[in-house]
Design a protein around this ligand. Structure first.
Ligand code: FMN
Length: 233
């Protein structure tokens, strides 16, 4: 049975229980074909900031979140919560609060160096994607484990684990035909308030999900070539 289809309960302090793992080894020819196709498909992914209001297939989003939740995590603590926001009124509240923070950021809080880094992206304090996209996935990191009785337990490598899960989420959405944006309004405390999240959770990102608007445009960016990012030893 898949590890995903069972309900997880805390394993803290449990003994090591090995189980066999014997995945079928892929033929190298097939590996090469798959890798090349995946590289081509991933290179097509772009961050979208103008969304159509068209609805998305609900199950595709659920499956993408389930893919994200297969991510590796420090001590397998799975320190993430994905809040799927469909309610238009809640999306409106998130947009209002995000634009309030972004206004302060763009009006000077970010500083000239940060603003200069953002300039090629054409972003500003107006965030229509938060209400135009039919769904938002708000990702929270669980800074520590919180039991029903209020007990707390340390989580390890939370940022790294949630970052990997979000990367897998963005990949899954893209490969399933949906567009997304990872949006990080700073600070993000308002998300815990609007969504009523518990004290151990801290907002990590807001991810609008949908289809690009008919007139969608993206910045003309260049990705680093492989020799610029890879060093062979
Ligand atoms: C951690 C992180 C935070 C980001 N925050 C924002 C954001 O707040 N607003 C935004 O418009 N884009 C945001 N982005 C998207 C980047 O600007 C985008 O990924 C980058 O410009 C490359 O474009 P591409 O995704 O189309 O390749 C963020 C990306 C990352 C990884």
């Amino acid at each position: 049975m898949s590890v995903l289809t069972r309900n997880w309960t805390p394993t803290h302090g449990d003994p090591y229980r090995p189980v066999p793992y014997r995945p079928t080894r892929m033929d190298p020819t097939e590996s090469l074909e798959r890798a090349a196709e995946l590289r081509r498909r991933m290179d097509e992914r772009r961050t979208v900031r103008q969304f159509s209001a068209d609805p998305v297939p609900e199950q595709v989003v659920h499956d993408a979140i389930a893919c994200a939740a297969t991510a590796p995590s420090g001590a397998h603590q799975q320190p993430w919560t994905f809040v799927l926001v469909k309610n238009p009124e809640v999306r409106r509240q998130i947009r209002e609060a995000a634009e309030e923070e972004e206004r302060r950021s763009y009006e000077g809080r970010l500083g000239e160096e940060w603003l200069a880094a953002l300039r090629p992206l054409g972003t500003d304090e107006v965030k229509p994607h938060l209400t135009d996209a039919p769904q938002l996935i708000v990702v929270f990191e669980q800074r520590y484990w919180l039991g029903e009785d209020g007990a707390k337990r340390k989580h390890y490598y939370v940022d790294e684990s949630v970052g990997i899960a979000v990367g897998m989420l963005l990949s899954a959405l893209h490969l399933s035909g949906l567009a997304a944006l990872i949006h990080t309004p700073s600070p993000m405390r308002f998300l815990s308030q609007v969504l009523g999240r518990p004290e151990n959770e801290k907002a990590f990102a807001v991810i609008p999900v949908g289809y690009p608007a008919d007139d969608c445009a993206v910045p003309d960016l260049t990705r680093k070539a492989l020799p610029q990012v890879m060093v062979e030893v």
